[in-house]
Ligand binder design. Structure first.
Ligand SMILES: NC(=O)c1ccc[n+]([C@@H]2O[C@H](COP(=O)([O-])OP(=O)(O)OC[C@H]3O[C@@H](n4cnc5c(N)ncnc54)[C@H](O)[C@@H]3O)[C@@H](O)[C@H]2O)c1
Length: 333
């Protein structure tokens, strides 16, 4: 019998790519999303697939979520709000806390397996690199709202592990490191690579926050999805926390130059340096690299995509979406 997997946040970037992969692997998928940040366009191609159903539901609504998850063998909980960079933190705190609470209650009631999406941000400012799953979370003050995201995900992790201890709910925690690829959100919400590509397409300058020497380890979407599937299908994943990412480290300034070159930009990329002080009360993480030995050993997971190889299809996707939009705008004139 095929397994039924409920995915919260299924219309978003990782959720929709994961949905496609699970359907390819003969799973039945229940997609759940309130479409606040996700798009119908990300799952319209599945309209005739008998193994896919979609529920327009909010994870803060416990009753609707429970109805949507009926019959699921596992719930992959991705629905979340990210770092509140320009807006308030209320959605980040409430959606992430309530969503995790409701998913875990459903799992407790029905004995459902749960995979919880967490983030590299939970390591915060830990200077000990690479980040190991047992390493410390070094979080800044609560008056800096960017930490609300890390704290909401740490709460999710603690709650999941507590449900496992108290109620025997089989829980796995996946800490994703900067994922990029087709269907990423085309704003800062989708990560620096996304906004850099969009700005260069429009021939607009990009903003570099700080001096640009802060580093990240970006992960192509096929690798992120492969890590989730490996955890879903592993018998050794229950009760464990895994880093899912790539350890190819790059400074943000170098990322900007690389993307500009891959987009055939001439000369120097147009950049505006924005000192952190101009961003209000903000703190950044200076270096971010995962230790991937545990996910390799227990899940057999290893990222395959080099950054440059993954950026090419990502840029091609951004170009294709922009071209479709411009055709539509011309047709409407
Ligand atoms: N993309 C990354 O690089 C990255 C890195 C670390 C962690 N994560 C985590 O992975 C998960 C997926 O991230 P993503 O990049 O696909 O984000 P995304 O914003 O593209 O997808 C999240 C989806 O959740 C939905 N959602 C938000 N609030 C909801 C609510 N109240 N009820 C129902 N649906 C709701 C949104 O509409 C969206 O479709 C998130 O939990 C995120 O914190 C992502």
């Amino acid at each position: 019998m095929t397994q039924t997997i409920a995915i919260t946040g299924s219309a978003g970037y990782i959720g929709s790519n994961l949905t496609d992969e699970l359907l390819k692997r003969d799973y039945t998928v229940i997609g759940i999303d309130n479409l606040s940040m996700g798009l119908r366009a990300n799952f319209e191609h599945l309209a005739d697939n008998p193994r896919f159903t979609f529920h327009d539901a909010d994870v803060r609504d416990a009753a609707r979520l429970a109805l949507a998850c009926r019959g699921a063998d596992a719930i992959i909980h991705l629905a979340a709000y990210k770092i509140p960079r320009y807006g308030g933190a209320i959605d980040t705190v409430q959606v992430n806390a309530k969503g995790a609470e409701h998913v875990l209650e459903i799992a407790r009631a029905h004995g459902t397996r749960v995979l919880l999406a967490s983030t590299s941000d939970v390591y915060g400012k830990n200077p000990k690199l690479p980040f190991n799953e047992d390493g410390d979370s070094v979080i800044g003050p609560s008056t800096v709202r960017r930490w609300s995201y890390a704290v909401s995900k740490l709460y999710t992790e603690h709650l999941g592990l507590a449900y496992m201890e108290a109620h025997k709910v089989p829980v796995t925690i996946l800490r994703f490191f900067g994922s990029y690829g087709p269907r990423e959100h085309r704003s800062w919400w989708g990560g620096p690579q996304s906004i850099f590509i969009e700005r260069f397409l429009k021939r607009e300058p990009i903003e570099i926050h700080g001096d640009g020497r802060q580093t990240r380890s970006f992960t192509y979407i096929s690798d992120t999805v492969a890590g989730i599937v490996a955890a879903l299908e592993s018998k050794r994943a229950t009760g464990e926390v895994f880093n899912i990412g790539s350890n190819e480290e790059i400074a943000i300034l170098d990322l900007a130059h690389l993307i500009y070159r891959l987009m055939d930009g001439k000369g120097e990329p147009p950049l505006t340096i924005v000192p952190y002080a101009q961003l209000g009360k903000y703190e950044d993480v200076q270096r971010r690299i995962p230790d991937l030995s545990k996910s390799k050993e227990l899940l057999g997971f290893a990222a395959r995509w080099k950054l440059e190889d993954g950026l090419l299809p990502t840029i091609a996707w951004h170009r294709a979406v922009a071209a479709r939009e411009s055709q539509k705008a011309t047709a409407a004139c």
